[in-house]
Design a protein around this ligand. Sequence first.
Ligand code: ADP
Ligand code: MG
Length: 309
Amino acid sequence: MQLEPNLAATNVPDEIRNADTPCDKAMHATEPLPSSEGVMLSVRGLKKVYQTDGGDNEAVRNLTFDVRAGELVCLVGPSGSGKTTLLKCISGLMAPTAGAVLLDGKPVSGPPKKMAVVFQEYGRSLFPWMRVRENVELPLKNQRVPKAERTRLVNEALEAVGLSHVPRSFPWQLSGGMQQRVAIARAIAYQPEVLLMDEPFAAVDAQTRADLEDLIRVVWKKLGVTVLFVTHDIDESVYLGERVIILSSSPTVVQEDIVIDLPADRDQLNTRSTPRFAELRHHVYKQIQLAKKGHRPASASAGKDARSD
Ligand code: ADP
Ligand code: MG
């Protein structure tokens, strides 16, 4: 059953509840997913409580959503809303307190081979004593991919991120944006079916960030990979995503799940200046403001998530 999204919540201000324009009607991802067909990643009732010296900290309360194979979904939520916690659970790096993550229908209980993760802190994710090429090659070596195949995959990945000219540099000889490209190349070379990205561009300058956003869409289209991209940047989520899942503040539930019906071909100058981009951005912005003020979807108070089916 598809529950009403949070717009129906009684504690939502009128200007939000009444934002029932044609644009709002079109944007909600209201169709429940039909069975598990085509679903690559399934998060079911995920809950994470950290045990700390100061007592229990419930970071994620109840998250349920699906990502279809080949989709590019952005997850946006306030700082501290549990985005990194969620990605760690999805990637099998951390066990959830309750609930499950299914990858292609199978429960995730440790880091799956089909998945690659790109973290925000590129400085800590690359090995400083290894050259660019060796960093990108490492996961392939660990998987015992034959040498000729490794060489081909590394060359293709470096080409895809525009780093073919620096294979023998060390990461510390490169700019921040280039280092993050190395991390992306490493993920691409690994040929994952699912690519998770945790605020990967938060630490690079605005122009580099715009280039890297375009790179992600190019890579996504070219490889047909399923991408879950986490960000706290509203504009970035709308520009990049085919869908945007908005998280509530902690303890986190899905606040809203919307379709981004912008054209598939996007560019920084034109797409961001279209009226539709402005509408979608406005809508997500309002939802995040509500989340920050502690508003939660009506279903959350009943202990359910916003997209149970
Ligand atoms: P986000 O990535 O959205 O900023 P996080 O997942 O990093 O959020 O954190 C969500 C909540 O969980 C925060 O309250 C944070 O303090 C807490 N938290 C994160 N990691 C830990 C940890 N290892 N131990 C205890 N609490 C944690
Ligand atoms: Mg985080």
